[in-house]
Design a protein around this ligand. Structure first.
Ligand code: BEZ
Ligand code: FE
Length: 295
């Protein structure tokens, strides 16, 4: 489509006037962000020649995103995640540093005050699924073990649901523990399964309209903190998960985070002698490297 010089001048004049309206802003960061947002937003509207009907549809969509959001359901986070905005913000703020473990999306299912467990304990707390022995170390980028790092872990059950998605007040599939004096940790969890993000709201409608799946690749969430280290929010993914080929609905997969969950035949002795009954179990290893703070 060709836009006449006169029409272009009208559109550019508006952009200039909006930009000028921020000139008196005393907060330099706010000024920068608002001016850049103006440039990109106007570019977008002009680029797609947005119709008034589409603009009203977008406002109605965002209104619905707001209405479905409450203290349990965060549709704005889902929107940010499915547009890749969450992963882009993570990329910008967690630049690769030596061999530090890569970060990925936080998601909406973290809960403060998950139970404290000891190394070797089971974080399932009744959540159903294949038991998985998870072990590893927490080290700095010089290879020194980090004792007493706080490790938060959370995951869904084999039906693809987090505890907070059930109507009762259960706490299951989540806990926190600390690395030991050698920087080592181990616990029992569940072999992760792929699951759909909540898709019964406007974000689900958007995914359906564009022909995208809401399913996330199977993963186990970690958040690891230690003094003077960059907080690491990440997951491990399951090697061989067919969803890895199809893709992750929130763009969270990084190759370095795909780990083998070695399935053990029923009856195989467990590392700590736990009796898992007549079922298979899996084991995996995730060695964590924390970057220094402020890099
Ligand atoms: C999650 O992994 O828990 C998650 C991440 C993004 C959106 C929804 C769920
Ligand atoms: Fe998750």
């Amino acid at each position: 489509m060709t836009i006449s010089a006169q029409q272009q001048a009208v559109e550019e004049d508006l952009v200039e006037r909006v930009l000028a309206s921020f000139e008196s802003c005393e907060n330099p960061r706010l000024k920068l962000v608002m001016k850049s947002l103006t440039v990109h937003l106007h570019d977008f509207i002009r680029d797609v020649r947005l119709t008034e009907e589409e603009w009203n549809y977008a406002i109605d969509f965002l209104t619905k995103v707001g209405h479905i959001t409450d203290d349990k359901r965060q549709e704005f986070v889902l929107l940010s995640d499915t547009l890749g905005a969450s992963m882009q913000t993570i990329a910008v703020n967690n630049e690769a540093y030596e061999d530090a473990t890569e970060a990925t999306v936080f998601g909406p299912f973290f809960v403060d005050d998950a139970p404290l467990v000891q190394n070797g304990d089971d974080i399932a707390f009744g959540a159903v699924g294949q038991p998985a022995w998870v072990e590893g170390t927490v080290k700095d980028t010089e290879g020194n073990p980090i004792p007493n790092a706080r490790i938060e872990v959370w995951e869904c059950d084999e039906d693809g649901l987090y505890d907070v998605q059930y109507a009762d007040e259960r706490s299951a599939g989540r806990a926190h523990l600390y690395s030991d004096e050698n920087g080592e940790y181990h616990f029992w969890g569940l072999t992760p399964v792929p699951y759909p993000i909540p898709h019964d709201g406007p974000v689900g409608q958007m995914l359906q309209a564009v022909g995208r799946s809401p399913v996330r690749c199977a993963h186990l969430h970690f958040m690891v903190t230690a003094p003077e280290k960059r907080t690491l929010v990440t997951h491990i993914f399951v090697e061989g998960d067919p969803q890895l080929e199809i893709g992750d609905s929130v763009f969270g997969v990084k190759d370095s985070l795909i780990k083998k969950f070695d399935e053990q035949p029923a009856g195989t002795a467990t590392p700590d002698g736990r009796d898992v009954g007549d079922q298979t179990w899996a084991r995996t290893r995730f060695d964590i490297v924390l970057a220094p703070e402020n890099v």
